[in-house]
Design a binder for this molecule. Structure first.
Ligand code: AMP
Length: 396
């Protein structure tokens, strides 16, 4: 087998998607002397603001996709819900990492679960559901509580409904809006954790320390690293993430979200074949950030060290923080152990990820307190509402 191609600094990396994950990737890539082009349906995107070139076109515009691919060396993703056809058009002209097959699996909840189950990896019990009758049957098999999730395009708890007790399946199905779904047992987890692992084209792998994640309204709220878990579980979680990456044949970065049960068992909840919100701490707190690692993996460079420099915590800044005007950035900037990240989004809608803070401490707990204090300070002594630019048309 010929050795995988290496793309050295000076090469041009294409990013599908225009959100904050691509923005931080672009920062890492440009720092190492690469050029970055981005493709998404929007203009003035968080990624586009930092890219050498921003193309605003639809993912089903074959000519725009081909033209974009002609101008780059390697294509990668900050958003996995790109049609397979789009990836295939691009692959006519450039290297695509991770592959269309990996995206195809990870962009569809049912395919992802079937892949994991087929590979013998641990996950909550689930059944496909395509009708009220199938929902009734699945509820009989899995019992309640259970969670009904759309099979495709779900993220941050969108398209999910918990079924608490015996409810009328026909009514639930109608309210849910029908379509293709998955019913999953509700897991009484002890903690939610995630592992980010990179895999190169030559099979080398590197996993980050396990992150502990706290959600609010199904959206990630706080991540602390290291997670407060036994050393044995830490190793198991990292090994498990590596197994997933290997069985997928991944080249790139993979986030594996898991439920940790009381008895120490781990169940895989979700995969994302790209940088992940729970890995943002690494931008400030690791030798190699998840974004630089994605770059190294897709370019065929040796992977960087995933060692943490200090215990850290990340808190998300959602649009809700802007409810009473511009947050008081000076208050957070005055805190010596806090880093501010903002994504350049003009319109702070409730629930929209606008930025995050990373704080350091001598322990993960101390770091979390600093991060939460900093976020509280943003709204405590609110600065006078500043004039905002006209809203950009970014989707996320
Ligand atoms: P997801 O979009 O599937 O990652 O779900 C978002 C959040 O909903 C998860 O991070 C959990 O907090 C919760 N959740 C999802 N599925 C389950 C489940 N089967 N059991 C318990 N909680 C769940």
């Amino acid at each position: 087998m010929p050795s995988p191609r290496i793309y050295l600094p000076g090469s041009t990396i294409g990013v599908m998607g225009g959100g904050q994950l691509g923005r931080m990737f672009a920062i890492a890539a440009r720092r190492m002397g690469y050029r970055v082009h981005t493709f998404s349906p929007d203009e003035d995107t968080p990624t586009g603001q930092l890219a050498d070139r921003e193309v605003a076109a639809r993912y089903d515009d074959a000519e725009a996709v081909r033209d974009f691919a002609r101008g780059i060396d390697v294509l990668t993703f900050e958003f996995e819900n790109v049609p397979t056809q789009t990836v295939e058009w691009a692959a006519e002209f450039c290297e695509v990492r991770p592959s269309a097959n990996v995206l195809h699996i990870c962009q569809h909840r049912l395919r992802e679960k079937q892949f994991l189950a087929g590979a013998g990896l641990p996950l909550p019990r689930f059944m496909p559901v395509n009708s009220a009758a199938e929902l009734a049957d699945a509820l009989t098999h899995l019992g309640v509580p259970a969670v009904l999730k759309t099979a495709a395009f779900g993220y941050d708890g969108k398209g999910q409904r918990k079924i608490e007790r015996r409810e009328d399946p026909a009514k639930v199905w109608e309210e849910f809006g029908g379509g293709h779904a998955v019913l999953e047992q509700f897991v009484e987890f002890e903690k939610e954790v995630s592992v980010i692992v990179a895999r190169g084209a030559d099979g080398q792998m590197a996993a980050y320390p396990v992150c502990e994640n706290l959600h609010r309204n199904h959206i990630l709220d706080v991540t602390v690293v290291p997670a407060g878990i036994d050393a044995e579980v830490d190793v198991q979680a990292r090994v498990l993430a590596g197994e997933v990456a290997e069985k997928l044949g991944l080249v790139g970065l993979l986030a594996v979200e898991m439920f940790l049960l009381k008895d120490g068992a781990l169940l895989i909840n979700e995969l994302a074949p790209r940088p992940h919100n729970s890995g943002h701490f690494s931008f400030d707190a690791s030798i190699t950030s998840q974004f630089e690692q994605q770059l190294r993996a897709v370019c065929g460079l040796p992977l960087g060290s995933t060692e943490s420099l200090r215990p850290a915590a990340m808190v998300n800044l959602l649009g809700d923080l802007w409810a009473k005007g511009e947050p008081n950035w000076a208050a957070a900037a005055a805190m010596p152990r806090v880093k501010i990240h903002l994504y350049g989004k003009a319109e702070p809608r409730p629930g929209r990820k606008m930025g995050h803070l990373v704080a350091f401490g001598s322990s993960a707990e101390e770091a979390m307190h600093h991060a939460l204090d900093a976020r509280a300070a943003l709204i405590k002594a609110g600065a006078p509402a500043a004039k905002r630019r006209a809203p950009a048309k970014t989707a996320r």
